[in-house]
Design a protein around this ligand. Sequence first.
Ligand code: PGA
Length: 268
Amino acid sequence: MAGRELRAKPRVMTKDTHGRRPLVAGNWKMNGLFAAGAEVESLVNRVRASAPAADVLICPPATLIRPFAAAWGQRGVAFGGQDCHHADEGAFTGDISAAMIRDAGGDYVIVGHSERRSYYGETDQVVSHKAAAAHRAGIVSIVCVGETLAEREAGRAIDVVSQQVDFSLPTLSNAGNTVLAYEPVWAIGTGKTPSTDDIVAMHHAVRTRLTARFGAAEGNRMRILYGGSVKPANAREILALADVDGALVGGASLLARDFDAILDAYRS
Ligand code: PGA
């Protein structure tokens, strides 16, 4: 027991990160009206009072990017979109382009989230084209990959995710324009997370694909986020793992208090 109590908390900063600056991104999904800016203001104030050693990003609904970025951009929190079309412009009723996200003040866009892949049938090829559109517009794509529960139980998780990584990243991806997010589908919004060993094994597999394709220097500079039921109670442990360069957070990003508690993993 004494040994257990004496064991030090995992320290995020002691692992080899090849200079990668962590990113903690909040995905609000289809939640939040203009009044939710109060949470952003609270988050900005907390981040300014005690800056984490990480980039902080909120991806609100597209309607809120401009007002939020206008009020709080450049104050320690960046803003981004949750999806974009693969074309630069045109007759695509209801869609928004990466250039529109940038024009609204966004610096990032999430592409290939599992909810987009499953509800809208987005394939790796579509995701790759969306990421390329983001790069043309000059914003960073956060490319999501992840296996279903059936795929994990069949022992295929690493194969499935490796294939998604191979086919969801456009040729011109680099560490400056691309962030990977490993999000096991069965862990999103369920309160379940993989074991730390499984997270490490998957992030290592993703890193291996990135270095094989883009070269050791570039592949080692690309950030790989973990997403799926990240919350204050498990963030410190997950974010300390090798090759975990931050988190993509859904539910726990809606309240400034919770999201800020996750950022504590990057405060000394
Ligand atoms: P969650 O969502 O944190 O609510 O599990 C993560 C995500 O969908 O990006």
